[in-house]
Design a protein around this ligand. Structure first.
Ligand code: ATP
Length: 216
């Protein structure tokens, strides 16, 4: 039987409740067999003084532990250089059966940035795209995406058919939480309790992450 696999990429610096609720709610709504969170690699000079790739991965692993619908996929961190989403999709697709359905989850802000991505017009050859609303982001779609939306979007995410090629907007509990906000709160010595799972909070404190740094 064809499987339904979702993937949510991100820096997860750190992973927070909006990532996790969005992923879980979409997995439930669409009856996904598995939703994989895929932490991205970043150029090493940008890691300090935040969290290393290994630490970001460890936090995602702690966050999804015990939640059977959510999994972690570390393939981007195992590569020598940062991967393009196109390459990741191709690599995941290569491990699936031809009729398995692959869903790429993108927050609205990430979706709006799509036209700057490597081979973005070919992403839909490998997957469907599910767009998550993001209450803390602008609402206008960029000009470059209008034709794509007109040609490929469907109203009902449940109606996405075939192995890929279409775009749907999904509703999930709107949570205006960002990793940037969490890093800022921690840098100011404030609490981020309830914005991240307790196990992630404990990890952040145990490793002294995001303390007293300045960033944009
Ligand atoms: P930062 O503030 O560091 O840019 P972030 O909170 O946006 O980080 P990312 O790791 O960059 O988190 O996001 C991974 C994916 O999750 C992206 O597709 C992003 O749009 C989506 N996402 C992040 N936060 C939310 C949110 N609050 N609601 C919906 N989608 C979100």
């Amino acid at each position: 039987m064809a499987r339904r696999i979702g993937i949510l990429g991100g820096t997860f610096n750190p992973v927070h409740i909006a990532h996790l609720r969005g992923a879980l709610e979409v997995a439930e709504q669409l009856g996904l067999d598995e939703l994989r969170l895929i932490p991205s690699a970043r150029p090493p000079h940008r890691e300090a003084p935040q969290a290393t790739a290994e630490q970001r991965l460890a936090m995602v692993e702690l966050a999804v532990a015990g939640e059977l619908r959510l999994a972690v996929d570390d393939r981007e961190l195992r590569r020598a250089k940062p991967s393009f989403t196109y390459d990741t999709l191709e690599s995941v697709r290569g491990e699936l059966a031809v009729d398995d359905q692959l869903f790429l989850l993108l927050g609205w802000d990430a979706f709006c940035g799509l036209p700057t991505w490597h081979r973005w017009q070919e992403l839909l050859e490998h997957c469907h795209i599910l767009v998550l609303q993001r209450p803390d982001a602008d609402s206008e779609a960029p000009e470059a995406l209008r034709d794509l939306l007109a040609a490929r979007s469907v109203n009902d995410p449940q109606a996405l058919a075939g192995a890929g090629g279409q775009i749907a907007f999904v509703w999930q509990t709107p949570l205006a939480v960002s990793a940037t906000q969490i890093r800022h709160l921690l840098a100011e010595g404030r609490s981020v309790r309830f914005l991240v799972p307790d196990a992630v909070l404990a990890y952040i404190h145990a490793h002294g992450l995001y303390r007293g740094q300045t960033e944009s």
